[in-house]
Design a protein around this ligand. Structure first.
Ligand code: N7H
Length: 523
């Protein structure tokens, strides 16, 4: 063969793939390590603590007791490690619950008795500190301005009201720490909280924050048939950022969608992993903050009557029913079915599909040129707080929020169910909690720069009808869209009202045993 003839390249042979064996989803980011599963507190992942009841206990460290508190805390974490839950133990509990459920389902399919899963008696706890509380344990550099200044200082940017606050949350200076306890019943929550309070010497070393009942705010999941639903009647807790190493692999057929719609999340957005803020910032955190996360806690009262009255005016806003208008405000139907999907543009999913739609995240928002009015309004709560895809509708891809505004939500409802005939004065809502590595990028960005602004995700979108807040005296205006119309909706009675809250840091268990309790900075 003459030397100048190029060798023949064999045609490439396509790999043999079975259509029934889809390839495994490849996570985009490195996994949490086994050590991280041991030291990261157990509520900081998409599934969080299993719970039926939950309490937020707010405490202060008694004057002159910082050293005693540090000693008690260290002793508790070392001698009774089971009292503060880590990711490993929470994941195991979730796996046990799932296994029991599966066994019960299998038994019931075989027609065997005892098809109902046996109730597992479990409880879980987390401890977190305000900037003031943390500073009593270790000198804290002001690396995170929102955290060190406190939620009250952010009030103007967030448009938080300053009156009508829950007395327990009204005086933030009194709050040094938070113990969040979740469990299968009030009894299991009280039992675990009592043990922690005893270890931290409640009454002498720690004291209840004044203004409430024993320093507590209690919540509970709603009873059947509203289990999983919040007070406006919508399925909650569907869309969460997922982390490699703790979350289940997204189902393979949905892999691309999970990557595309940003479910697969770099851990440094949710957990303090490195010393740099992100590529554009120089804020540096000390090593002991690694594997911690910031907790934003807000008591948000829901006005169910106002929600029902507003949605009853559906015809004015060219919606087909009150339920359709509710779905336009939320972005999902009560079942969880996303309004953006064509099948659910105008109707909720049939009951037979509720199991499927209540976990549905494989969707984005249509990219039909940016001019037409979409089935899911730009201002809908879930579209405001997660536009899902970059570059659509002329979204400003320079908005760092599109990558960094992520949070693990971990709220619980409080208060009784609403009834038309109820006596005046009953209150209900959401004890909202979320975790992120940067409050400025997560909660603060979402609330102040997205939900409270009409220009996000595009100009004249209107404000988020559920959580948007305007300065006192102004009326919140959202916009409802359909294929032909773009209609402004004034919300004269807010659907959700802020009743107080605070920013906390949730240290790793390693920090609780080490740097934070070694040498308190205040005696
Ligand atoms: Fe929202 N609701 O129950 O009506 N939220 N939220 N939220 N929220 C969501 O997708 C609700 C609040 C987010 O990825 C659903 O899991 C209520 C705050 C984010 O598609 C429902 C309150 C902030 C998402 C509610 C409240 C957020 C989300 C759909 C207050 C942040 C995921 C279920 C009383 C600043 C969006 C789901 C996505 C979803 C409700 C508060 C953020 C039903 C009543 C304060 C990021």
């Amino acid at each position: 063969m003459p030397p100048d003839v190029p060798p023949t390249i064999p045609p490439s042979i396509p790999p043999i793939t079975s259509p029934t064996a889809p390839s495994k989803y490849q996570w985009k980011y490195p996994a949490l390590t086994p050590n991280q599963l041991d030291v990261i507190q157990g509520d900081i992942w998409s599934k969080g603590f299993p719970k039926h009841n939950e309490t937020y206990y707010l405490f202060k460290i008694a004057p002159g007791s910082a050293t005693a508190f540090a000693q008690c805390l260290r002793k508790m974490v070392v001698d009774q490690p089971e009292l503060i839950s880590n990711l490993k133990s929470t994941k195991k509990a979730r796996d046990d619950i799932a296994a029991k459920k599966q066994r019960a389902e299998a038994a019931s399919k075989l027609g065997q008795p005892n098809g109902k899963p046996e109730k597992l008696h479990m409880s879980f706890a987390l401890i977190a500190f305000t900037y003031k509380g943390l500073n009593m344990l270790n000198e804290v550099r002001k690396t995170d301005p929102a955290f060190s200044n406190g939620m009250k200082s952010d009030g103007d940017a967030l448009n938080d009201p300053i009156t009508g606050l829950d007395p327990l949350l009204a005086n933030a200076d009194e709050i040094h720490g938070l113990i969040k306890v979740a469990g299968c019943s009030n009894g299991s929550v009280n039992g675990r909280l009592g043990k922690i309070q005893a270890a931290l010497q409640r009454g002498t070393v720690i004291q209840d924050v004044p203004g409430g009942t024993e320093g507590r705010l209690d919540g509970a999941t709603r009873e059947k048939p509203f289990r999983g639903k919040e007070h406006f009647g919508f399925e909650d807790g569907i869309s969460q950022p997922l982390m490699n190493g703790i979350d289940d692999t997204p189902p393979s057929p949905d892999s691309e969608a999970h990557a595309l719609y940003n479910m697969d999340t770099e851990q440094s957005i949710l957990i303090v992993t490195g010393t740099t803020r992100h590529e554009n910032s120089s804020a540096r955190r000390p090593d002991w903050m690694h594997d911690g996360s910031f907790l934003v806690f807000r008591k948000l009262e829901q006005d169910v009557k106002a929600f029902r009255q507003l949605t009853a005016s559906f015809a004015t806003y060219q919606c087909e029913s009150a339920a359709h208008m509710g779905a336009k405000l939320m972005g999902r139907w009560p079942s969880g079915a996303p309004l953006a999907l064509q099948a659910y543009n105008t109707t909720d999913a049939p009951p037979a599909d509720h199991g499927k739609v209540k976990v549905m995240n494989n969707f984005g928002y249509p990219t039909d040129g940016g001019d037409k009015e979409p089935a899911c309004p730009f201002a809908a709560h879930i579209r405001k707080t997660n536009p899902r895809r970059f570059g659509d509708w002329g979204l400003n891809s320079g908005d760092q929020g599109l990558k960094f505004a992520k949070m693990i939500r971990s709220g619980i409802s409080y208060g009784p169910d609403y009834a038309d005939s109820e006596p005046a004065g009953l209150q209900r809502g959401l004890l909202f909690a979320c975790y992120q590595a940067f409050i400025e990028d997560g909660f603060q960005h979402m609330q102040a720069s997205w939900s409270n602004k009409t220009y996000f995700p595009k100009s004249d979108s209107g404000l988020d009808p559920i959580i948007g807040q305007v300065p006192e005296g102004e009326v919140l205006k959202t916009v409802i869209t359909n294929r032909t119309a773009h209609i402004e909706v004034p919300i004269t009675t807010p659907l959700v009202t802020f009743r107080g809250g605070e920013y906390f840091f949730v240290p790793s268990i390693a920090a609780l045993k080490g740097a934070l309790t070694e040498a308190p900075s205040v005696s």
